[in-house]
Design a binder for this molecule. Sequence first.
Ligand code: SAM
Length: 600
Amino acid sequence: MRCCCSTAALRTHHVFTFSHSISSTRRLLSKPPAAASYSSNATLNLAADPHRPLSFQYGPSLRGGRVPEPQSSPPCSGADDDGGGGSYFDRASFSRVYDVAALRVPAEECSALERRLRGHLLNWPRVRNVARVPGDDVDPEIRRMLRDAEGDGGSRLNSLAARADGRPDDEKMTLSPVLYREKLVKEFNFRGFLKFRNLAKMSRPKKKKVKSKDGVHGVGKSIGKNEFAVIEVIREGDEEEGEDLSGLLGDDFKGLRWRGPTRLLLLDQRHAKKPVAELPEAIKAALNYDPHQSKPSAFELVQCQLTLSYNYWQMNELLEALLPDGMIIPSGFEMVGHIAHLNLRDEHLSYKKLIAQVVLDKNKPKIQTVVNKTDAIQNDYRTMQLEVLAGNHSLVTTVVENGIRFQVDLGTVYWNSKLATERQRLIDSFTSSDIVCDVFSGVGPIAISAAKKVKYVFANDLNPNAVEYLERNVVLNKLERKVEVFNMDGRRFIIAMLANQHPYSITQVVMNLPNDAVEFLDAFRGIVKKKPRPGCSPPKIHVYGFSKAQNPEYDFRERINMALCEEVVDLEMHKVRLVAPGKWMLCASFVLPQVAASNI
Ligand SMILES: C[S@@+](CC[C@H](N)C(=O)[O-])C[C@H]1O[C@@H](n2cnc3c(N)ncnc32)[C@H](O)[C@@H]1O
């Protein structure tokens, strides 16, 4: 009998959490050094190494358990696309088998018992300690009909009704499928037949299967990609010969005698393979264990095998096992839409495809592509040199930021999700009457978000690809009437906007060109050539820059003053983030000084 715990049905146990942060995780247990580079089909066999020191660790680990024998290995290797980890490693080599004992109990009593036996049950991360026994559950409609028929039916039907309800059955009988059918035919109406899923198979009970030598019941059906823990009953408490009722009760039913719906309560690993007499009193009490009583209890102790497959293990556990000793485990990644963006160190480069495959496997379906930056950003357009390491090769993705959708081609335009909070801070300072000029807009994260709030936006970028995506994003967010797009050099754009328009009709200017927007501030000098309209005042400028100075704010302010040839008063300085040790990204906001701007 095979029961599986699917992802959907699993409950995380918070008492012992083994998912330590993957950042800078080093090997906890020593492991023979791996070859400098991996073979094209590296396999793992950690548990098989008898010399490997095993420090105590509660819960499963890749160093514990047994590697399943090929024939008994469940079909849940985690291979959901190509049957292995690309050609970089063998996913099946991550399957581990553990012996556990379980109480097979009537389904109805399971929750109460689970509460009572707390502390004696398996408490492994992500593995639920209650397993469903497939095939022995009864359709609720059938159950209702059986209950209705219980009073006037014969003793067999009473017994059947009791079993369907999960109540203990006093009468020890072997149910004949043919008798079942006759009773059911008499009792059920036309609708009832339709709902009885296994009706077609009722009159042809399956031939008895030959039991394998080790007592393992027939292997279950194949397991989907989300299933990572499979429990298999290898020895039942009171195994008895009888008719195989799987024809009557469904293919999943592998038991010989149907006792109604039951559940398996997985016991703590230390109770594996122990006889009832050696179990703690609480468990014995739950089993109604009486060494002098011959009558079997409705509860029974069964021995099981719990198989954890590749899908069970977390990214850091897999990488720890795959990478050589002492190597720092890659610490996460940045996500841009469906793309995971790694920043691998030099030491990781020989393992880049293997790392990428694990990242992809463990983050599907959210992540479809894994890339690594091959070079520092150097060009004017601030685009990254990316190498696709795993998944599909599309670098065009959709990012949702603060509820707004942006299409981005990471290969040809700039995008940085880390600036989302800063962008929001800036937009929060705008009002609905503002007219905004975004000088270096990229694909429009500031311009488009601002357009949702302000009166009008002029957005510009030098990169034609960025402008193409900017236009797409304007349409995507239905803002065509509020955004005008330009493709020119920032300096020309500033002059075009402020000198040629009515002076000071623009109220906010955003200059987000990290390397170094201050250089463009000279464009504002003497820019106002016409007399401003009454009531108009100079725009507020938000300029971004970097500083490695000891006093970054002072340094940045000085550069602004020099660029404008004017001392700026009331300048608000905001430290955005530390981009490298000792290097700050800053945003300075100030009203353009009239004297600097005016040429009249
Ligand atoms: C750091 S990105 C900022 C983009 C956008 N503000 C954002 O937050 O995603 C700088 C942008 O300036 C553009 N750029 C570079 N030099 C420029 C120039 N001389 N004039 C106008 N835009 C320029 C680049 O193409 C790039 O899209």
